[in-house]
Ligand binder design. Sequence first.
Ligand SMILES: Nc1ncnc2c1ncn2[C@@H]1O[C@H](COP(=O)(O)OP(=O)(O)OP(=O)(O)O)[C@@H](O)[C@H]1O
Length: 310
Amino acid sequence: MIEILNISKSFNSTPVVRNISFSVDPGEVLVLLGTSGSGKTTTLKMINRLIEKDSGKIFIESEDTDKLTPYELRRRIGYVIQSIGLFPHYTIEQNIAIVPELLGWNKEQIQNKVNGLLKMMNLPLTLKPRKPHELSGGQQQRVGIARALAGNPSLILMDEPFGALDPITRQELQKEFKHLEGAIDKSIILVTHDIIEAMVLGDKICLLNEGIIQQIGTPKELLFNPANEFVREFFSQHKLQLELNTITLQDLVKIMGVDFLDTNINPDTTLAEYQTHTNKDRALNFDDLLKTYFNHRENLIKQIKHESCL
Ligand SMILES: Nc1ncnc2c1ncn2[C@@H]1O[C@H](COP(=O)(O)OP(=O)(O)OP(=O)(O)O)[C@@H](O)[C@H]1O
């Protein structure tokens, strides 16, 4: 678990992050979302001390990170960035093994870890002796994620991790990442300016503007119960698409009080995901489902507002 208490940062006397506090539980993904220059990357870099904060406290597993050296701290944190950052002269295997080597694991442990992570990221073991430039961008990003998970860190920081990928590879990796076994018990903080990505991947979203938190909550809370005009405006474009990516079949069942779902469909499926299912996998056709949603939308919004006040 990570707890951030009132951290701030100024550059040349201009505040760029102001009194930010949040916490991320194990198994939770918190997305830092906001316009360009709102302080997302600065916040992330203060956590692994690539930027030193001016004030405030950060605790990882209840330990005050100021008491650790930056080197000790970074070994405990997985870090994935948009430009991937693999070492070009190292093989794929050596790249993934960097942190386990630093942690002094034996050869067999490292072998097992590297093989397990490659399998988990759907990469063939034959890539192990290759250099990063011999892989596609999507494969390199998968290796970047594998490397971040290699030392079993409890915290993963991701800065626009899918930003450099084409839209199809990006969607594919987002989808896999959402269900990634190796990330299940980690606290994950992910920076993006892509609203749909934030909705799809975030358990919680922290929306920033000019270094100030505008709202922290579930995607549904931000979308349907915005704390202020900035939040409302931020989500006003593509509203329907965002709703379809946020509302699940389970939400509809709950509000209707009737279980209309097939037993073989996951109730956490979003309406957007349902739209892409083939006909044979669907109990209802999508148009009927959409009608049902709009018939119950107002009640659903009321319920979400009620729940976010509790
Ligand atoms: N080392 C630095 N020196 C001076 N100003 C900086 C430095 N790093 C960042 N800034 C400024 O701090 C502000 C916040 O930058 P930051 O990179 O955290 O924003 P961001 O929300 O991640 O933006 P983006 O989505 O464009 O990456 C910006 O105005 C930026 O110009």
